[in-house]
Design a protein around this ligand. Structure first.
Ligand SMILES: [Fe+2]
Length: 276
């Protein structure tokens, strides 16, 4: 279905504050000298590469972490750091790239929700018989916020079952998180970023790094991440309202674990971002 021109213009206006941030738009490897069309914030763009550098007519473009990033106006923040990407002691690969029928805000907030593991990912990230939420420390930072907690690990590619796993997330406003899981196995890093292609659609990438099990084939790790994200997709694509409400009175909130989501929405509001 194609939106009426008026509706599209309305969506662009609503998304306008996001033009001041870098967003990923494509895999770097997919962009050569031939033009490649992409969509960002309801705007159609053409990417191409010349003399090794990626370009978008009239806009800033950068290659970083195997992705092409674009900012439609002077960016107010840098592309999120991902130090493990260039650290030779880590093995790094893109594990998931997909398009979702959900807003980038809805996708992103789901990834910040520590209460959903037991219900959406039973047996892998959570246990329905032990759904109690851990204590969470949240700090607001220059780029967004950071939060951390520890929990008992289930058996997974990230940890041996029954040990302590420590999770630390650096969330960069608006849609990028850098999460470091520390367990008996070592460090497992997830760099997850959502591109707001349209008001109610996004493209997502998950890049993973780890400094353990370096000789393992990567396919089982990739399958694990894809399975989790498909479970999330069932929830996120059916959420209503479709755009994440930034007016905090529109949805009921509890204190405690919802503090992470509340912090996220407050910082989006501070950045002048409307419902995303
Ligand atoms: Fe999830």
């Amino acid at each position: 279905m194609t939106a009426a021109p008026g509706a599209e213009a309305g969506a662009r206006t609503q998304l306008a504050p996001l033009r001041r941030y870098w967003h990923p738009v494509a895999d770097s490897a997919a962009v050569g000298s031939e033009p490649v069309g992409v969509t960002l914030l309801e705007e159609d763009l053409v990417l191409f590469r010349s003399q090794g550098r990626v370009h978008v007519d009239a806009y800033r473009a950068e290659d970083r972490y195997g992705l092409v990033w674009v900012a439609l106006e002077d960016p107010v923040a840098d592309i999120a750091p991902f130090p493990e990407y260039t650290d030779g002691s880590y093995r790094t690969y893109i594990s998931v790239r997909s398009s979702w029928n959900a807003s980038a805000g809805r996708f992103t907030e789901n990834g910040l929700d520590v209460t959903h593991f037991a219900w959406v990912h039973p047996g892998t990230l959570g246990d329905r018989d032990d759904a109690e939420c851990p204590a969470i420390d949240i700090d607001v930072t220059s780029y967004g916020f950071e939060y951390a907690y520890s929990r008992e690990s289930l058996e997974s590619p990230f940890a041996t079952g029954g040990r302590t796993i420590h999770s630390r997330t650096m969330h960069h406003i608006p849609f990028t998180r850098h999460r470091v899981l520390t367990s008996d196995a070592g460090h497992s890093v997830q760099f997850v970023t959502a591109s707001p292609t349209r008001a109610r659609q996004c493209r997502i990438w998950m890049i993973e790094s780890r400094d353990h099990h370096l000789a393992d084939p990567i396919e089982p790790y990739i399958d694990f991440s894809r399975q989790l994200l498909e479970q999330d997709r069932q929830i996120v694509e059916s959420q209503r309202p479709e755009m994440l409400p930034i007016n905090l009175t529109e949805e009921l909130h509890l204190r405690g674990p919802d503090q992470v989501a509340l912090t996220y929405r407050r910082l989006l509001a501070d950045a002048g971002v409307a419902d995303v």
